[in-house]
Design a protein around this ligand. Structure first.
Ligand code: NAD
Length: 455
């Protein structure tokens, strides 16, 4: 099938290379010329495991990039919309969606034959049919249904695992205004044999995406609220609490041989310094705002956001327990990306933590395996010393805060000066913002949801 994708960010690019890998002819469109050029040269503008390899394998054969949206629409049968849908502080910002819908509509005016327009961006329920469809109709002078199809196909990939998730999806949700649109969407996903498919309306497809993200965000904030109570009460470790909760056979089913199935789901029921990224915070806020507008307030999701906003501060509180003033304290931040496997720092808990450290005049060194360049942009001009390795970052440190669950940070205990538990000399304080280390493996350890702040 010949496909064009408007918007070549995380979702657009990953979708493009993966659909090309599956044998479709794909044209990626973006307004940023350097991005288009880099892609045509086989250089991925973002980091994702496996992306560079798939891009270089398909570019020039099954995949190309362009800034010419009108031509791309002319040359293809189906156009996906994968532009950003930020939250503007009040509601979802559909500026890019509206712009691109108008451009696609204009291109369709000059095109003979049937075309399908599919929204892949995350948009609040109703957007595809109440915003995108009328704009395309007006700009094209054609009618949705007989002249062109309108669909909604939410994306569930997780940054850091994007390629693997796209190539091996757990579900494919297809929303279409009619059978012809759904047929086209099913043809698009025909190479994904054996994957559960749900065919529905665009509005339901839109709601599925928000509900899925809101559920996961709720589980995280729930776990963090429990962790904070453990901290307030003292003498309880939230990791032990959650272990006991996870043993519920409804969460971790017991197999006939007595072993347990541990669903990935349970990783959202762990305490930490909060969720970030380009999706959970903005999507939950957008759904709350949409609920308000519809006269259906969402107090649970309100609390999810509030708890999450407070959570990075827990790391600072744990530092304060040992350093009443952070002024001049040599502090190392391990992990800048909002999660492992990505260089994305959007809404990363590292941002508020570093801001608080800088405001307290701590001396800040930072290390992340791949996100340093993003931090340099975000904190340009701030006195942060970026390091090239864990060892360089922790040398001479008085306090280490661990903010991203990068696997290489598991080696921290044996890298600490004097080893894990040197006699009498406790070494630097380690504040484990992800509860990823064995608390016994570090002599001077604090973790979210572990000990009382005032012990
Ligand atoms: P992004 O900001 O990384 O990329 C958007 C791209 O669209 C940019 O490159 C921008 O230049 C381009 N663009 C804007 N206007 C354009 C136009 N008129 N024509 C062509 N290109 C245009 O965004 P993203 O992270 O890929 O997210 C896209 C959508 O997918 C959002 O709605 C997001 O919520 C959703 N989503 C994201 C993820 C994720 O993990 N990032 C996962 C699932 C869904």
């Amino acid at each position: 099938m010949r496909i064009s994708i408007a918007g070549t960010g995380y979702v657009g690019l990953v979708t493009g290379v993966c659909l090309a890998e599956k044998g479709h002819q794909v044209t990626c469109i973006d307004v940023i010329e350097e991005k288009v050029q880099a892609i045509n040269e086989g250089v991925p503008p973002i980091y994702e495991d496996g992306l560079a390899e798939l891009l270089s394998r398909n570019i020039g054969t099954h995949l190309r990039a362009t800034t010419d949206l009108a031509q791309a629409v002319q040359d293809t049968d189906l156009t996906m919309i994968a532009v950003g849908t930020p939250f503007d502080g009040q509601e979802i910002d559909l500026t890019y969606i509206r712009q691109v819908a108008g451009q696609i509509g204009k291109a369709l005016r000059d095109k003979d034959g049937y075309h399908v327009v599919v929204v892949k961006s995350t948009v609040v329920p109703g957007t595809t049919q109440e915003v995108v469809q009328p704009i395309v109709e007006q700009a094209s002078g054609k009618r949705a249904g007989p002249d062109f199809g309108i669909g909604m196909n939410p994306e569930f990939l997780r940054e850091g695992n994007a390629i693997a998730d796209f190539l091996n999806p757990d579900r494919i949700v297809l929303g279409g205004i009619d059978a012809r649109t759904l047929d086209a969407l099913q043809a698009l996903y025909a190479p994904f044999e054996g994957v559960d498919q749900l065919c529905t309306t665009p509005k339901t497809a839109e709601m599925i995406k928000y509900t899925a993200n809101s559920l996961l965000a709720t589980m995280i904030s729930f776990s963090n609220e429990i962790a904070n109570l453990c901290t307030a009460l003292g003498g309880i470790d939230v990791v032990d609490v959650m272990r006991g909760v996870h043993l519920d056979k409804r969460l971790t089913p017991i197999m006939p041989d007595g072993s347990r199935v541990v669903p990935a789901f349970t990783t959202y029921l762990e305490a930490g310094c909060g969720f970030g990224g380009s999706c959970f915070p903005k999507d939950v806020k957008a759904l709350i705002a949409h609920g308000e507008k519809a006269g259906s307030p969402m107090p649970i999701l309100d609390a999810v956001i509030q708890t999450n906003a407070r959570q990075p501060h827990q790391v600072i509180e744990l530092l304060h327990k040992h350093f009443p003033s952070l002024q001049g304290v040599r502090t190392t931040v391990l992990g800048l990306a909002f999660k492992p496997g990505t260089d994305d720092m959007r809404e990363s808990p590292a941002i508020p933590v570093i801001r608080e450290l800088l405001a307290s005049e701590a001396e800040v060194k930072a290390y992340d395996p791949i996100a340093t360049h993003e931090a340099e942009k975000l904190f340009s001009g701030d006195p942060i010393e970026y390091c090239d390795s864990i060892d360089e970052a922790i040398a001479d440190s008085e306090a280490i805060v661990l903010l991203t669950r990068w696997p290489e940070f598991e080696s921290l205990p044996r890298r600490l000066p004097g080893g894990a538990a040197s006699n009498g000399h406790r070494g630097p304080l380690v504040v484990d913002g992800r509860r990823m280390l064995d608390k016994q493996s570090v002599a001077h350890y604090e973790g979210i949801g572990l000990s009382g702040l005032h012990d």
